[in-house]
Write a new protein. Structure first.
Length: 268
């Protein structure tokens, strides 16, 4: 009876492990990856990415693209996987073992492991599987929670770029250069202006025209004042000339009358 109970318990444990280790789901778009990261069941995203050594060699990169791996997670076959593929899997609580074999040469294989917190309320984690033509170089790297959050934020901000951008984000741990918005030139009025500054341009144009109008008004006022001053000066000079002429004529008349009187006195 005791042995039978132990066998039943062992079978329940094995059955539980099989249920918890579900089959892999291939992710083929940034939206699908973002959906997997938004879940909170303790799942894991496996990213099979070529190693930095293979990235720097064009020959190894081409060879890696032709590679096909048979993957087994905790004794359960996940099928064939190519390099630069992303899988969504349900691990088991604790240490998970991943066996990778060459699909064309079963003798070439390796085993890597990664931890997982398989529980409700736990965010999805990301494990980078660095693949290589040399199986002893293959390794599993668990990304930190901050790095996973950075990748999730980048995909939330922009879902373009396809799976190539997703792989770049995983390689760079969520770090990417955000392109600044460029301003487009507007040639509609013959003056270079940029999008988003039309109000400022119209305001500056109106201010410029107002200041030019004020300058012209000030110039015209100044010229009018100068003209008034000139005319006043001319009138004053004319009046002074007239007074001088009248004074001269009166002086001449006085002198002529004096001369006549003197002549008359001498005659008589």
């Amino acid at each position: 009876m005791f042995l039978g109970n132990r066998l039943v318990t062992l079978w329940c444990v094995v059955l539980l492990l099989i249920v918890n280790t579900a089959g892999a789901q291939s992710l083929g778009s940034p939206a699908a990856v973002l959906d997997a990261l938004n879940q909170s069941r303790g799942d894991v995203v496996l990213a099979f990415i070529d190693s930095p050594a293979d990235q720097g060699s064009p020959l190894r990169n081409i060879q890696g693209l032709l590679s096909v791996y048979d993957v087994t997670l905790n004794g359960k076959e996940l099928g064939s996987v190519r390099r630069n593929s992303v899988l969504h899997v349900r691990p088991r609580l604790g240490l998970n073992r991943l066996v990778i074999r060459d699909a064309f040469d079963p003798s070439q294989s390796t085993e890597v492991s990664f931890p997982a917190m398989r529980s409700a309320g736990v965010s999805t984690s990301i494990v980078e599987i660095r693949t290589s033509r040399q199986f002893n170089w293959i390794e599993a790297l668990l990304l930190s929670g901050r790095e996973v959050q950075a990748i999730e934020d980048a995909l939330t901000r922009d879902k373009s770029g396809g799976m190539a951008r997703v792989l770049r984000l995983i390689r760079s741990r969520g770090q990417e250069t955000v392109k600044a918005a460029t301003k487009r030139a507007n040639w509609s009025r013959g003056v270079v202006s940029y999008g988003g500054d039309s109000n400022d341009d119209s305001r500056s144009d109106s201010d410029g025209s107002t200041s030019m109008a004020s300058s012209s008004d000030a110039a015209s006022s100044e010229s009018t004042a100068l003209a008034s001053t000139d005319s006043s000066a001319t009138a004053t000079e004319a009046a002074e000339a007239t007074d001088a002429t009248v004074a001269d004529s009166e002086t001449s008349e006085d002198e002529s009358s004096y001369s006549v009187s003197a002549d008359r006195r001498s005659y008589y």
